[in-house]
Design a protein around this ligand. Structure first.
Ligand code: ADP
Length: 397
């Protein structure tokens, strides 16, 4: 029997065999431990990967910027909801399988070609470009496009973020246009001032007796200088308003008394006359200089934009809790569609080639001054009847 045969085995052999079995078992345990660890690591890696995938999916989907992923054939594989609305479509399926270049207006297709070449052919790690896209309704948007290439399960994919920068782009254009208009506006009186001073200088040298011509030239020099200083003041005021630095220095004063100050320049021109109506004894509590600035601006506008209206009326009304001042002309009036934007910064009406100079800042600054006083500003205008610009300011308590 086998049991008997074991019995006759030498104890040393039994020990050896047991030792080798133990060693075998130990190595098996080591291997099992190692493989258990590997499985653990595998699982950890898998769950890390899963987690990062989920994180990416959440960021991709909830981003307010357009996000898309394309394969090497440049076709859209995945898009987020922001991308769908950026292009004006209603669902992702409308876009999947199409190419982004299909949404590019023909004059900017080359932008997308450059982007694709840089990424896919020249293997640039990331590339950014400003270009346009055409929405479903045919409207064009400006966008900032940033793309990178990445590897996913052995496949190279392109990931792109698209930001709609149409508004920023328009602001930039507006700013450039403003700088060009402002330079032109400053240059015109400066050129005239230079010419007048040169002429005056020559006359003074050659004609020792002062004549009316000298006086007229000197008067023109003053006019051009004040035009220049008004323009510079408008520019500075508009910057102050933007930076929230418009401060008020309030005091009690009689409204009708500032009108003489404001209108001296009008009386110089015999073509116009000013009529003051209403409560000429009404006092207000406001920044006198700034209210003068508003009234001067409204009167100047009446002269500039309603030259056919010889009479300009300033009406002062005592309302229950404030004073109301209106500057009324009998000019051509303002088309209803232009009125909502009239007090916007840089806004000017295109008068079919009847170009008058200006920066489109006067009404914007005036409205801000009135707003800072806690008052309101507005206009009532009838085509061919004229306009009444009005504002309200507080009365002394
Ligand atoms: P600017 O005079 O530099 O253009 P404003 O802000 O003072 O800037 O005026 C904005 C626009 O409003 C003007 O370009 C003009 O077309 C219009 N406007 C202002 N006042 C009158 C007015 N009394 N009658 C007709 N249009 C006016």
């Amino acid at each position: 029997m086998e049991e008997n045969s074991v019995k006759i085995t030498h104890p040393d052999d039994i020990i050896k065999s047991l030792q080798s079995q133990i060693a075998g078992l130990k190595s098996e345990i080591r291997q099992l431990k190692a493989s258990a660890k590997m499985t653990e690591i595998d699982q950890q890696e898998k769950s890390d990967y899963q987690e990062s995938q989920n994180r990416f999916r959440t960021v991709f989907e909830t981003s307010r910027l357009g996000n898309k992923i394309i394969s090497s054939d440049l076709k859209l594989q995945q898009v987020n909801s922001a991308m769908v609305s950026l292009l004006g479509y209603s669902c992702k399926e409308d876009l999947i399988g199409t190419k982004i270049i299909d949404y590019s207006p023909s004059d900017h297709k080359k932008h997308w070609q450059i982007l694709q070449e840089k990424l896919w052919k020249k293997a640039t790690p990331s590339f950014s470009i400003e270009t346009t896209l055409m929405k479903k309704d045919g409207s064009i948007i400006w966008c900032q496009v940033t793309s990178i290439l990445f590897q996913d399960k052995g496949e190279t994919l392109g990931y792109t973020i698209i930001e709609d920068i149409t508004e920023k782009h328009q602001l930039r254009l507006q700013k450039e246009e403003f700088i060009s208009v402002a330079s032109h506006e400053l240059k015109t009186p400066l050129t005239s001032l230079k010419a007048v001073l040169q002429l005056l200088n020559r006359k003074v040298k050659n004609e020792p007796v002062i004549t009316d011509k000298h006086i007229n030239l000197a008067q023109s020099a003053v006019t051009y200088t004040s035009k220049l200083s008004n323009l510079v003041a408008d520019l500075l005021n508009s910057t102050k308003i933007e930076q929230g630095q418009l401060t008020l220095n309030r005091s009690r004063f009689r409204l009708s008394e500032i009108l003489n100050e404001c209108c001296n320049h009008i009386f110089l021109d015999e073509k116009y006359y000013l009529t003051c109506q209403g409560n000429l004894l009404l006092d207000v509590f406001a920044d006198q200089q700034k209210i003068e600035q508003v009234v001067v601006n409204l009167i100047n506008n009446a002269v500039k934009y309603a030259p056919e209206s010889a009479e300009i009326v300033v009406r002062i009304e005592d309302l229950e809790d404030c004073a109301k001042i209106s500057v009324i002309d009998r000019g051509k009036g303002i088309p209803a569609e232009n009125i909502p934007n009239l007090f916007d910064r840089y806004y000017r009406i295109n008068n079919n080639g009847n170009e008058t100079s200006g920066l489109g800042l006067g009404l914007y600054i005036s409205a801000e001054i009135i707003r800072r006083h806690g008052g309101e500003m507005g206009v009532i205008s009838e085509p061919e009847q004229g306009s009444a610009f009005w504002f309200t300011i507080p009365k002394p308590v």
